[in-house]
Ligand binder design. Structure first.
Ligand code: IPD
Ligand code: CA
Ligand code: CA
Length: 284
């Protein structure tokens, strides 16, 4: 049994081992092909999501028995411990279920003392590419042991961005309008299907920014720390400080942040919108 590390020790080695083990389990399921089940109208879950979370919880319980865990599939066991894990056992379930190889395991640990909460360690593991991202406050971010940094793109019109769309209540989500407008102002907007990996791809400079409505704490807790430690910025859509429970995530390399906040303000206000083309014109 391991006790909680003191200030000078790190959770990263233990988290890395757990994420790699869960990632290997996901890959086994991935190569077998899986039955898809539904949590909601279009919200998928597979046996792999559940098995990965069981494995992660078992490892945490053995090594850090007093720690609390909030996991997507089993919820929160809150015993009021100072440390809380945020676990997405499989981020990118829709990709996974369709055989599209973009998914990961996302783990973050938060230290909660009185009213203050601070994320103290983050690990995101992509088993398909064997890429392990990690970060700790003040120590920078790494990909497979090497320091990573956000990009240096300073102009929106030269940027590559990413976004995501929720699996459920998609009809209530305004993101299609933002996708359309921001696509026209940039080199493009990708939608790869794993928010945690999207954030890591901002951290290592593959993307210059990312936004999504209505993400959950297990989607963002690790990736946000990794972006910040790689020199980037994460906020709400109006530039206000990012909150784990808020439904707005806007991440960037920092240089583009004000420009993105401005675009969001304009689009929310309905100003300067490029109209959608009329598909009937293409029938001729
Ligand atoms: C989903 C992915 C996706 C995002 C959805 C999330 P899940 O997580 O991160 O990229 O667009 O909003 O729900 O369900 O695969 O863990
Ligand atoms: Ca997720
Ligand atoms: Ca998930």
């Amino acid at each position: 049994m391991m006790s909680s590390p003191s200030q000078t020790q790190s959770f990263i080695p233990a988290m890395t081992a757990i994420a790699r083990e869960a990632g290997a389990l996901l890959l086994e399921y991935f190569h077998q092909g899986l039955k898809i089940e539904y949590k909601g109208d279009a919200d998928l879950v597979t046996a792999a999501d559940r098995a990965s979370e069981v494995l992660i919880r078992e490892r945490v319980a053995k090594q850090f028995p007093s720690h609390d865990v909030l996991g997507e599939e089993q919820g929160l066991n809150d015993r009021g411990n100072e440390y809380r894990w945020y676990v997405d056992p499989l981020d990118g379930t829709t990709n996974f279920a369709h055989g599209f190889p973009v998914f990961c395991v996302s783990l973050a640990i938060e230290r909660r003392i009185a009213d203050s909460q601070k994320r103290v360690a983050a690990v995101v593991y992509d088993p398909t590419r064997d890429e392990l991202f990690c970060a700790e406050p003040g120590k920078g971010a790494q990909l497979n042991g090497k320091a990573i940094h956000v990009s240096k793109i300073g102009q929106l019109k030269e940027s590559l961005l990413a976004t995501g769309f929720p699996s459920h209540k998609r009809h209530k989500n305004p993101n299609i309008f933002f996708y359309h407008q921001i696509t026209l102002r940039t080199h493009g907007v990708r939608r790869a299907g794993s928010a945690a990996l999207d954030l890591c791809d901002v951290a290592c400079g593959r993307y210059d920014g990312f936004w999504e409505f209505n993400l959950n704490p297990w989607d963002t807790a690790a990736g946000v720390l990794i972006v910040e430690e790689a020199g980037g910025k994460v906020s709400g859509f109006d530039g206000s400080p990012f909150q784990l429970n808020s439904r707005e995530t806007l991440a960037s390399n920092g240089l583009l942040h004000d420009a993105l906040v401005h675009e969001f303000q304009e689009i929310f206000a309905g100003r300067g919108l490029d109209p959608l083309p009329d598909p009937r014109e293409y029938r001729r």
